[in-house]
Structures are given as structure tokens and as C-alpha cells.
Write a protein that binds this ligand. Structure first.
Ligand code: GUN
Length: 293
């Protein structure tokens, strides 16, 4: 059976470091790191994520502000809010929770965030730095950055020459994940809905990252014996209409089957999820240090 990667514990280690860095910064007379989280509309999953981000920011000793805007907010008003947060010296990190309502152009919103406050790592400047290997000064998207930490905990820092398959090509996870693995000298393949014979491709992976948002799509026999499996999916399966069952959270990997083949695997919940939040805190404290000089 596979080692189950304890994302919750590893995230707590990261958060403990963030707390220490925050205490050092304020002890030197600087303001606490400031994180602004913006949510538009009432998507229940987004509300849960945003509440945990704001809560964790407070726990880290940050100045934490949340802007909750109605679903019919005009794009121009959201852009104005971002401009004011860009100009606010108390704010080091700005996160606009995605997805945004359909009448708002998400791309425009993201590109309005000042790159030096873009703790999500979605601005072209940060995407470009990651793509060109300027990792020292880039903000890297939180989910892939957290997934890399989990991979390194299992395989060590030297991932050179390993075959990595990333299933999913989103800008938030798949593409930045592939870039991070490439920067770590893996041989990287990005698979997606048009990929031919995905099970066979997945079986070539020493590191298999599933980020597609399809419940339990990756089956046990897609996993090469000994592989490291990182499950980024968080899918809520509704309760059956009749009977006892409750709704439950599952990943993009059929966990029980995959754990029989994998060397190490992340659970859902308790794997990648807590790392995403921890890395958001890490990016924010780094932003505050960069500003402090
Ligand atoms: N929606 C799902 N994941 C994310 C994320 O990492 N950042 C933001 N801003 N929105 C998201």
C-alpha cells in the first residue's frame, strides 16, 4: 500500500514558518503582511474557500480583509476596487476568487492586479517569469507550488529525469504545474480531454498529477507501480436521494484502487487542499518582505 501524503501536516509546517516570518517582520517595526480577498457572488464552494483563506490569514497574524461583492457587481466597480487595493500600502497580496460571474472578464480583472501583489501568480508578469524559469522573483500559483512541496517531501529535491504526467491544462493548475516540474528537470507531458490513450500515458508517469475536476477519473490501473500520485481534484458527490448516504468529497483519482499501485498518494480531503491555502500565506509574507526591502 502507498504512503498517504499528509498534506494537512505539511501545510501546518509551512504555516508555522509563515507565522515565524511574520513575527520577525513586525518585531523589526514593519506592518504585518496584508492580504485582501475579494469574492463576487454567492458560489457556495467559493464562499467556503474564501472564508478559510481569510481565517488562515488572521491565524498567521496578517492584516486580513475580505471584500464580498454582490453577483451583479459591474466589472468597472471591481476594477476600481482592485485599483484602490493596488494603491493601499497596508495590502501586500490581492486575491480575487475565481470563477467570476459570466458578465465580468476574468482576464481583465487578473491583469489589473499589480504583479507585485499578485499572490495567486496569475498575472502575465508572474506567468512569464515562471515560464522562463525566473522562479526567484515570480509569484507561483498556490496549488502547483504546494503540490511541488508534497512531491519533494516524498521524492527528495532532485526530481531530475523523472517522467511527469499532468492531467489537465488549466492556467491555474495544469500549465504552471508542468512548468514547475520542467524547471525541476522532469520530462513533462500535459494530457487533456483530447489526449489519445490516456491510461497508457499515465502509466509512464513516475509523478502523476490529476487536475481535471472529474470525480475519480484516474483509475488504479493507470498508476505505475511506485508512482507519486498528486490529486488536485475536489469534487462533491451529491447524496443519494434515498437512503442513508451523505454527500462526500472525492478527488480526480479513484483513491482506494490507486493506493494499491502508487508509492505515495495524496488523500482528498487533507492532501493538496490545505497546501493551497498555506502557499497563499507564504506568497503573502514573501510579498511583505520584498516591500520591506
Ligand atoms: N478558484 C479555484 N482555485 C483558485 C485559486 O487558486 N485562486 C483563485 N483566486 N481562485 C481560485
Amino acid at each position: 500500500m502507498a504512503e498517504i501524503i499528509d498534506g494537512k501536516q505539511i501545510a501546518e509546517d509551512v504555516v508555522a514558518k509563515v507565522k515565524g516570518l511574520t513575527a520577525d517582520l513586525t518585531a523589526k517595526g514593519h506592518a504585518a503582511p496584508g492580504l485582501a480577498v475579494v469574492i463576487v457572488g454567492e458560489d457556495p464552494a467559493s464562499q467556503v474557500y474564501v472564508a478559510s483563506k481569510s481565517k488562515k490569514a488572521k491565524e498567521c497574524g496578517f492584516h486580513s480583509v475580505q471584500h464580498t461583492l454582490p453577483a451583479d457587481t459591474q466589472e468597472a466597480d471591481l476594477l476600481k476596487l482592485i485599483a484602490s487595493l493596488n494603491a493601499d500600502p497596508a495590502i501586500d497580496g490581492i486575491l480575487v476568487q475565481l470563477p467570476l460571474p459570466g458578465h465580468i472578464d476574468s482576464g481583465k480583472v487578473i491583469q489589473t492586479i499589480a504583479p507585485e501583489k499578485d499572490v495567486d501568480g496569475f498575472h502575465f508578469v508572474n506567468v512569464g517569469k515562471l515560464g522562463t524559469g525566473e522562479l526567484e522573483t515570480a509569484f507561483v500559483p498556490c496549488t502547483p507550488a504546494g503540490s511541488m512541496i508534497l512531491i519533494e517531501r516524498v521524492r527528495g529535491k532532485d526530481l531530475s529525469g523523472l517522467n511527469a504526467v499532468v492531467v489537465g491544462r488549466s492556467n491555474i493548475v495544469g500549465k504552471p504545474m508542468a512548468n514547475l516540474l520542467l524547471a525541476a528537470n522532469c520530462t513533462v507531458t500535459i494530457a487533456h480531454s483530447r489526449t489519445k490513450d490516456l491510461p497508457a500515458l499515465a502509466r509512464t508517469a513516475d509523478i502523476l498529477v490529476a487536475a481535471v475536476g472529474r470525480p475519480e477519473m484516474v483509475k488504479g490501473d493507470w498508476v505505475k507501480p511506485g508512482a507519486t500520485v498528486i490529486d488536485v481534484g475536489i469534487n462533491r458527490i451529491p447524496a443519494p436521494e434515498k437512503g442513508e448516504g451523505k454527500s462526500r468529497l472525492v478527488g480526480d483519482v479513484a483513491f482506494e484502487e490507486a493506493a494499491k499501485n502508487a508509492g505515495a498518494i495524496t488523500p482528498v480531503p487533507g492532501g493538496v487542499g490545505p497546501m493551497t491555502i498555506a502557499l497563499l500565506m507564504a506568497n503573502t509574507v514573501v510579498s511583505a518582505y520584498l516591500k520591506a526591502g
